[in-house]
Design a protein around this ligand. Sequence first.
Ligand SMILES: Cc1cc2nc3c(=O)[nH]c(=O)nc-3n(C[C@H](O)[C@H](O)[C@H](O)COP(=O)(O)O)c2cc1C
Length: 200
Amino acid sequence: MSGGLGHCRSDLAFSGSGRRARHDCTITPALAAGDPAARTERAGITGDMIRATMGCFVTGVVVVTATGPDGPVGMAVNSFVSVSLDPPLVLFCASRTSTTWPHIRRTGHFCANVLTARQEHLARRFAGHGDRYSGVTYAQGTTGAPILDGVHAYADCKIVDEHEAGDHTVVIGRVVELHSDLAAAPLLFYRSGYRPLAGP
Ligand SMILES: Cc1cc2nc3c(=O)[nH]c(=O)nc-3n(C[C@H](O)[C@H](O)[C@H](O)COP(=O)(O)O)c2cc1C
C-alpha cells in the first residue's frame, strides 16, 4: 500500500454452500476520505467475507471464565490478545449477542484459559448450549474465576475497561495472576476449524 491507498483481493469459500467467490476491494481516495459513495462500497463487505479473510489469521482458543453469584460461567473465544506489558493488560471481544458476557461483566473479573490441543472438547463445550461445567474440573484463581485443569496457560484478570466496537464489546483486563505450562501443545483455530500445531 502506498500513500494510504491500496488494493486487496481474496478468494472466499462460503461455508455451507460450497461456493467460492473472489472479492476485490480497492482502497480509493474517496474511500479513504469517507465519501458517501465509498461508504456504500464498504457496506458491500459481508460477515462471510470478514470471516473468510480473518479466518486466515491463526489464533489459539481461550475459555474466558468467571464466578458469579449463581456459580461459574464461561465462553470460548478466539479474540484474546495481549495488549500491554506495563501495566499488564490483555483483551477479548464479547459479542453483543452473548448471554454469558453480561454475567462475566457483573463479576468484574475473568480468567483467560488457553486450551491445549487435547482440549478441543472444552472449546466445543464452552461454545455450545449444554451445561458447560458438567464434569469439568477447575481450581480458583486470585479473582475467584475458574482455572480449568490442564490448560496450556492462564491469565486471571480484573476488568478495567470496556469499549463498544460495532457488534462486539472490547473487554480489557489487568492481569493479577498468570501461569504457563510450556510442556503442553496449543489448540489452534484456523479457517473455522480446530488444528494441532504442525511439527517442524
Ligand atoms: C473457536 C471459537 C471462537 C469464538 N470466539 C468468540 C469471540 O471472540 N467472542 C465471542 O463473543 N464469541 C466467540 N465465540 C462464540 C462463543 O463461544 C459462543 O457463541 C457463545 O459462548 C454463545 O454462548 P453465550 O450466549 O452463552 O455467550 C467463539 C466460538 C468458537 C467456537
